[in-house]
Design a protein around this ligand. Structure first.
Ligand code: GAL
Length: 390
């Protein structure tokens, strides 16, 4: 065969390879078109726990608009456990708890939609939810239809009171029920990382919890960040690692700790689901939640989860690629004293002869650097940058 023919054969073979890996990718991902960037919104659990009612949810919806949270990208208003009656109706349908949601869930979803926001609900892949309202196990099709009819846009699906079978069996049943119900519903899996969902859940959910519940304090937040970091390579547009919802605004962390919490979640492409009472959030916490450049890092179209790239002990460097050849960089000081931290650009894969334009997204400053940058970082604080090689 002439060399030219070999070349044609090679090109055909390569085209085929690319095509088949493409369709493999498509097959592997949950194909509901949602979660191309991590979801942003609010959820009732971290602050209100079971103390929710329709007035609170409506007022929260209003506050998401009036504070400007909606305008910077927060879109889902999600109710968690405790919204339902403790028994189904005569036809086996879930029903809103009459004492706290007398107008029903459809009316609430309509209200949220009327403010150009989306509405999320909560159920469980077991017989009961964690707070013992009916779960969806063996009622998946019926409940998915109910949610679709109510106008639900997001389902958080918990893992209490199960039949003991693996989440790998129970979660795909709800995935299929949602897809058959005919309304795009973001599927947020909450099996607490028990069966390493990062390794299998991208074909099942749009996000999967990687850890147990966050607590409103530094030690819990930072240990959850470390656990979530281990799964970085598995996050991609359409399917995200979820290290649980934000505690910013709930008073358990200092300003520096809250800023670290938000920066790490943004860098790790985590869902940014606010967990405080947004009707009464102080300006300092709102300013953290509304930092547009940090949000841009989270919502970047490339969708690569940033991770720890250097450091041991108490000073670390985290980072990852962004679209258009840029990078996100974060310096983290876990120690109890201020420290100078140096980030070598090579740790992010930037060649040492390239100069880099650096934007400090918290101090709102710009400068040009070669090969590294050193910054003083307060205790339990971060410095965070967007790097553009020039
Ligand atoms: C837990 C879940 C929490 C919250 C709670 C409600 O399993 O991790 O985020 O949803 O249940 O009972």
């Amino acid at each position: 065969m002439a060399a030219k023919n070999y070349l044609v054969l090679l090109v055909l073979l390569l085209t085929d390879l690319v095509r088949s890996s493409d369709s493999f990718e498509r097959h592997r991902l949950l194909e509901n078109g949602l979660g191309r960037t991590p979801p942003m919104g609010w959820n009732s659990w971290n602050y209100f726990h079971c103390g929710i009612n329709e007035e609170i949810i409506r007022a929260t919806t209003d506050a998401i608009v009036s504070t400007g949270l909606r305008d910077v990208g927060y879109e889902y208003v999600n109710i968690d456990d405790c919204w339902a009656e403790l028994s189904r109706d005569n036809e086996g349908n879930l029903q809103a708890r009459n004492s706290t949601f007398p107008s029903g869930i459809k009316a609430l979803a309509d209200y949220v939609h009327s403010k150009n926001l989306k509405f999320g609900i909560y159920s469980d892949a077991g017989y009961l939810t964690c707070q013992e309202q009916p779960g969806s196990l063996n009622h998946e099709d019926q409940d998915a239809k109910t949610f679709a009819a109510w106008g639900v846009d997001y389902l958080k699906y918990d893992n209490c009171h199960t039949d003991g079978s693996s989440p790998r069996i129970r979660y795909p049943i709800m995935r299929d029920a949602l897809s058959a119900a005919g309304r795009p519903i973001f599927f947020s899996m909450c099996e607490w990382g028990q069966e390493d969902p990062a390794t299998w859940a991208s074909s099942v959910g749009n996000s999967w919890r990687t850890t147990g519940d966050i607590e409103n304090k530094w030690e819990s937040m930072i240990s959850i960040a470390d656990k979530n970091n281990a799964w970085a390579e598995h996050a991609a547009p359409g399917g995200w690692n979820d290290p649980d919802m934000l505690e910013i605004g709930n008073g358990g962390m200092s300003f520096q700790e809250s800023r670290t919490h938000f920066s790490l979640w943004a860098l790790m492409k985590a869902p940014l689901i606010i967990g405080c009472d947004v009707r009464n959030t102080v300006a300092q916490d709102l300013a953290i939640l509304m930092n547009k450049e940090v949000i841009q890092i989270n919502q970047d179209a490339l969708g690569v989860q940033g991770r720890k790239v250097a450091g041991d002990g108490e000073q670390e460097v985290w980072g990852g690629p962004l679209s258009n050849g840029r990078f996100a960089l974060l310096m983290l000081n876990r120690g109890s004293d201020p420290a100078d931290i140096t980030a070598e650009f090579a740790a992010l894969g930037i060649p040492s002869n390239v100069s880099v334009m650096i934007r400090d997204v918290w101090k709102v400053r710009t400068g040009t650097y070669n090969s590294s940058i050193t910054s003083r970082v307060e205790s339990h604080d971060v410095a965070m940058y967007i790097l553009t090689p020039v």
